[in-house]
Structure formats: C-alpha cells, structure tokens
Design a protein around this ligand. Structure first.
Ligand code: AFP
Length: 333
C-alpha cells in the first residue's frame, strides 16, 4: 500500500489557486491542524483532567461558557498568534477580533473560528468540532481592522473544519475541491483519507432540532411533513440524525447526502447560527462538494456581511434536497 500523503505532500502535487500558493496554504493548514492536535489531546482526557463543566461566565452570544470552550479559544489564539501566515483572528468566544501585532513577516490571512462547535456535547463525550474561515487582508502589510474580517462568503479563500469524533479529521477546501485528512495519533500527522469528496444530489437523512418546530413558518413545517411522508420513489421517509454538533451532522451529510436545517423562527427570523464562522465556511465546503447552502430564500455565501457575530438561517446539504426545502419555504411546493 502506497504511503498516505500528508497535507503538504498532497498540496504540492498540483498548482494551487490559493493566494500565496500551495506553500502558504499548507503552512496555514499546518497551524490550524496543530490547534486540532492540541484540542483532540485535551478532549481525549477531558474526563480525567477536570476540564468538563462550565466556567460560570457567559460569552458574547449570551451562552454559558464551557471550560472546554475557553480552552479551545485560548488554543486558537496561542497557536495562530505564532503563525507567520495570520494577521488577525475572530472567534465565536470573543466580542472583538484579535489583531496580531504587526510584523514584517506577518502574512495576509485572517482567520474566523468557532473554536468548539457543539459544546452542549462536551460533558457527554459526543462529537465536537472546530470551524474555520479564511479571508485575505485587502491591503497586505497594513494592519487590518475589524471591518476587514466582516466579509461575504464568496470572499473566503479557504474554509473547513476539524471533527473530534472516533477519529480526528481535518476537512478543507481552498476552492479546488474538498479533501479530508485523518489524524494518525501514532505519528501525529494528518494523512489523506478522503480525496475530492463529492456529495450525492439527494440523501436519506435530515438533521434538525424539531423541538423548535412550533416556532417555524408554515412552509418549513410543511417541508418536515414532506420528509416524513412515505414515498418509495423519492426515498421517503428520511431518517432523523441530529447530534447537537453542526460539524458532525454536516460531515455525515457530506459523505452520505441529506440535509441539515437550523431555520429562522417566527420571532427570530435570523435563526441561531453565525454567518461568518459557522454558515459561510461550511457553505464553501459543501458547495465545493457539489452541494448547496441556503437561508431558505438566498445563497448563504451571497448574504451581506454586516457584523462579526450576525446570525443566519441555515439549510445545507445535498443540492436537490436543499432546493426542495427552499421551494416549500417559498410556498412553491
Ligand atoms: P453550541 O456550540 O453553542 O452547543 O451550539 C451548537 C450549534 O451551533 C450547532 O453545532 C448545533 O447543531 C446547534 O447549535 C444546536 O442547537 P440546539 O441546541 O438549539 O439544537
């Protein structure tokens, strides 16, 4: 069996459209991967290291902060502060971004992260993730401002996630397909396990918190009735698969098809999920695998970015399933 490629070996195989080329992308992913190695190590021993439970504080989202949320955010800041590729970092856990001190060698990339996605799973040993979005400083060498980080999804130059499941994976795109690397804890290296992931146009599963169903529009509720109505020809009813971790659910759908929905609610039309470091990066990944990501009425990556922590309804997954959901939401089905 040939030796599985590392991220650097894989990226140097073909020309890269990433600004700065394959070496820059490989270097940046190497540092994001290092965040993953630290967090995978912490999570594996979390029950032994008194790092379960909450800190007692609440974050900018008004959510109770888990000890592991704080550890994950600190790890992102510490590792990316030392990265010569990164000049700024924004995070779900920080009200304002960190603009790293100017340095001649500091690179033009700005990273936006959800350091620990699915934190309601931390204390019950269920899947967790980290999500990252990368945009380029519009004026390399000039110290960026917060507004330089608030960008449309179409301006991302790379995006992806780390999945902390039975194994730890790094899945990313830089606009040239979606590729998955699995961490081999024995050698501490991410090795190519899923090259050029493509999604089926339609799936058999859906992921949503149906406990919120009474807050949804009539069109959305009609779509869920559609999903659960038996019909052999269209493979219905679909099965419900909701893990409490967006990364885990999207990873399942990326490999097997289907869709994840966190709709807007009648009293909260913007929904729960954050545009810049949850919806946009996963939208870039899913689109690059042939899928689709929508608010229900428009493409996620075309949504105007206005504030760092803005929320957006998210329907993401197999192309035909998302289109079908949109038609129900818009009253066309
Ligand atoms: P947390 O990271 O705050 O737990 O939120 C997780 C998440 O953003 C996403 O990973 C889940 O799919 C979704 O929210 C869970 O939300 P509900 O608890 O409202 O179902």
């Amino acid at each position: 069996m040939p030796m599985l490629a590392t991220i650097d070996q894989f990226l140097s195989r073909k020309p890269s459209t990433f600004p700065g080329g394959a070496p820059a992308l490989s270097g940046l992913l190497g540092h994001i991967g290092l965040v993953g190695k630290h967090l995978a190590n912490d999570l594996r021993r979390a029950g032994l290291a008194n790092i379960l439970g909450t800190t007692g504080a609440t974050n900018v989202q008004g959510e109770v902060v888990k000890k592991l949320d704080e550890i994950a955010n600190d790890t992102c800041v510490k590792v990316l502060r030392e990265s010569r590729f990164v000049c700024a970092l924004a995070s779900e856990e920080m009200e304002r971004p960190v603009i790293f001190p100017e340095g001649s060698s500091r690179g033009p990339y700005m990273v936006l992260v959800d350091p620990l996605d699915g934190s309601s799973n931390t204390d019950v040993n269920m899947p967790l993730g980290s999500i990252f979005s990368v945009v380029a400083n519009r004026q390399p060498g000039r110290t960026p401002s917060e507004s330089d980080l608030v960008r449309k999804g179409t301006e991302q130059v790379a995006a992806g996630y780390l999945l902390y499941g039975a194994s730890t994976m790094l899945v990313f795109t830089s606009g040239q397909g979606v590729h998955g690397f699995t961490l081999d804890p024995g050698i501490g290296e991410y090795l190519l396990s899923h090259e050029a992931i493509t999604m089926p146009a339609r799936g058999k599963v859906y992921a949503a918190n149906e406990g919120n169903g009474h807050k949804w529009s009539a069109g959305m509720r009609k779509y869920f009735d559609y999903l659960k109505t038996p019909d052999k020809a269209t493979g219905r009813p679909y099965s419900a698969r909701y893990s409490g971790c967006l990364v885990g659910d999207v990873h399942r759908i990326l490999l097997g098809g289907g869709l994840y929905l966190y709709p807007g609610e009648l009293d909260k039309p913007e929904g729960k999920l954050r545009l810049l470091y949850e919806a946009n990066p996963l939208a870039m990944v899913v689109e690059q695998a042939g899928g689709k990501a929508s608010t229900g009425t428009m493409r996620i990556m075309d949504v105007e970015a206005k504030t760092l922590h803005q929320r957006v309804p998210l329907i993401i997954g197999s192309r035909d399933d998302v289109t079908n959901a949109e038609e129900h939401i818009q009253g066309k089905a």
